[in-house]
Design a protein around this ligand. Structure first.
Ligand SMILES: [Zn+2]
Length: 405
């Protein structure tokens, strides 16, 4: 099952935003919501009633009166609805439950062997989501923050699961939720992730590309006031997500923003997992940097080793990082000239790699139209391992609210 992101009116003064204001404490009454949204009291009442009927809001008693009848207070039910989210990577997956404001209730990082195939990998991750959403989960783990697993637990109990969002590190056909020709996911081609998961959890399941979900999470948390944004995810692989007119832009099939296999100038052009040569992913991704260093006789086992070498000032690793930044900048320059975003933000593990970022930034200024870069923000996506599951949760929350609006 795949679902479109909520229409804009659902976000601006719509039920989704009314819910968020109550969940974050910005509003405790219908009058507050009317003031914040600029909507008439009757429209607010109508929307609040719909949210109450769906169990997404509740009335908690009478608030303070300013003369006249005391207003009934609103709250998001404690221990109420949560959404499950999975952000799958090549070697790790971030799994969590989030409340209806998009706040992480619980999060956990698990090691993953993507080559074990979809049934085994997804089966284990679904079991983890179920465990996090189980009523006893929050009380037993309350207050725990384990650096080894990146576990986080916020105050509040786990509640009924209302939906599940999953990010996949490969192309996802939006209409079907199927994975189509992923370059680094052996055994996953054509797999119907949504159907597999929907058969195991009795809630709506939304599947999307991981860069799209990072884009949505970053936009909602850091740039919601901006209408046009491009987010690059640079980790083991490389991809991007596009926000256009305030909404995630997927294009006709869901492939919009996938810059992984755009060709860049490279001599020699390294072979790519897609069968072509000289793709951005074969030059500038974390996996490409590992391969290039090994080819130079430098033993690195993974991206962590590469980042350590760059941090230590190793000249081979640093030169490769600069080359990667230039390659990303060249592709992004085309995107920026064509699309004219207000912000370009880079996330993923390579985003903290200063030589790569500096080189990308310099190339963008060199290759873009002055008008396109005049007010362009170029920055890192706000750090945080939860940005992907946050995007996944927002997609689900939009659906849960929109479906009942
Ligand atoms: Zn390729």
């Amino acid at each position: 099952m795949t679902i479109d992101e909520a229409p804009r009116d659902v976000l601006r003064g719509g039920p989704r935003e009314l819910l968020r204001w109550v969940a974050t404490g910005a509003a405790v009454s219908r009058a507050d919501l009317s003031r914040l949204s600029g909507l008439s009291p009757s429209t607010v009442s109508q929307r609040v009633e719909a949210l109450i009927n769906q169990g997404l809001l509740e009335e908690t008693g009478a608030g303070r009166s300013r003369g006249g009848r005391r207003p009934r207070q609103l709250a998001v039910p404690t221990g109420g609805a949560v959404v499950g989210a999975i952000d799958l990577g090549a070697h790790h997956a971030r799994v969590g439950t989030l409340d209806l404001s998009g706040r992480v209730v619980q999060g956990r990082t698990l090691p993953v062997r993507i080559e074990d195939g979809p049934e085994q990998v997804l089966g284990a991750l679904l079991a983890e989501v179920a465990a996090l959403a189980a009523p006893s989960s929050a009380s037993t783990a309350s207050g725990v923050a384990s650096p080894s697993t990146g576990s986080t637990t916020a105050d509040g109990a786990a509640g009924a699961l209302r939906g599940l969002g999953i990010g996949i590190p490969g192309p996802v056909q939006h209409a079907t939720g199927r994975i189509v020709s992923p370059s680094r996911m052996p055994g996953w081609n054509g797999f119907d992730v949504a159907a597999f998961c929907a058969g195991r959890v009795d809630v709506p399941v939304i599947v999307d590309n991981d860069a799209n979900l990072m884009a949505l999470g970053a936009h909602r948390t850091a740039h919601s006031e901006l209408d046009h944004a491009v987010y690059i995810k640079a980790g083991t692989g490389i991809g991007s997500g596009v926000i256009s007119s305030g909404r995630l832009h997927r294009g006709a099939q869901g492939a919009a923003g996938d810059i992984s296999h755009c060709r860049v100038v490279a001599d020699p052009a390294p072979p790519c997992t897609c069968g072509n040569a000289g793709c951005l992913e074969a030059v500038a991704s974390g996996a490409a940097l590992v391969t290039a260093l090994r080819d130079q006789g430098i033993p690195v086992s993974d991206l962590t080793g590469v980042i350590r070498l760059i941090d230590d000032g190793d000249r081979h690793a640093t030169a490769l990082a600069r080359q990667a930044g230039r390659a990303i900048g060249e592709i992004l320059a085309v995107v920026v000239n064509f699309f004219n975003p207000q912000v370009v933000a880079i996330g993923g593990r390579l985003a903290d790699c200063e030589p790569l970022l500096a080189s990308m930034r310099a190339t963008l200024y060199e290759r873009c139209l002055p008008l396109a870069t005049q007010t362009l923000l170029i920055e890192r996506v706000a750090t945080g391992q939860d940005i992907g599951i946050t995007g996944a949760a927002h997609l689900v929350i939009d659906h849960v609210v929109a479906a009942h609006s």
